[in-house]
Write a protein that binds this ligand. Sequence first.
Ligand SMILES: Cc1cc2nc3c(=O)[nH]c(=O)nc-3n(C[C@H](O)[C@H](O)[C@H](O)COP(=O)(O)O)c2cc1C
Length: 209
Amino acid sequence: MTKDSFLVLGIGGTTRSNSSTELALRACLAAVRGFGVKTELCSGADLELPLYSPEDPGRSPSAQRLVELVRRCDGLIIASPGYHGSISGLVKNALDYTEDLRSDARIYFDGLPVGCIACAHGWQAASGTLTALRSVVHSLRGWPTPLGVAINTAETRFDGDGACTNAATAEHLKIMAAQVVDFVTTRRSGSSQTMASSVSAARTMAGRA
Ligand SMILES: Cc1cc2nc3c(=O)[nH]c(=O)nc-3n(C[C@H](O)[C@H](O)[C@H](O)COP(=O)(O)O)c2cc1C
């Protein structure tokens, strides 16, 4: 498979379009495209979804698009602002919609690399939010990349074109994009099929135990 047949989905931002969180996410997705991989974005108004209700199978068009894109994607970048020390309700609600994938052959984020970005007005909330986001990704069976990106917006800004004022942050977003792309391309190669069947075999054995 060629790299341009892969899809990396970006989820995140705030209700405000062009928030720092959305611009950081867009910058990371631009880096993914720079490595030859396609991207899609669910941000801003795309995330203004009804509260996730497991008992109600009705889904808004935006919710259907989000779930379908998660179902189709080969990797993810997720970006949340730090609200009161953790991920925002908007982003958490969007992630709760992955519950609609609970009966899929590929459940939740199983086997997917996930790059995480947290933006807050200080290092404490930025770091705490990044840890919380990576923990949610783990619980959804995703593989957080070795590098996550915490951004302190008191020090770092994105201009109208999405360029970052902090060279180290810009570099970190590119490195994380590269880690997602590397994981996708490695996993889709022959060796990854060995890995996938090992996981499947391990599950079968666990089921029998
Ligand atoms: C409801 C709310 C709660 C927030 N809580 C915190 C917080 O606990 N710590 C912090 O550093 N910043 C906090 N912030 C500031 C955001 O993290 C900050 O705006 C962040 O840089 C996201 O920027 P953005 O809205 O441009 O994406 C809060 C903002 C809002 C609106």
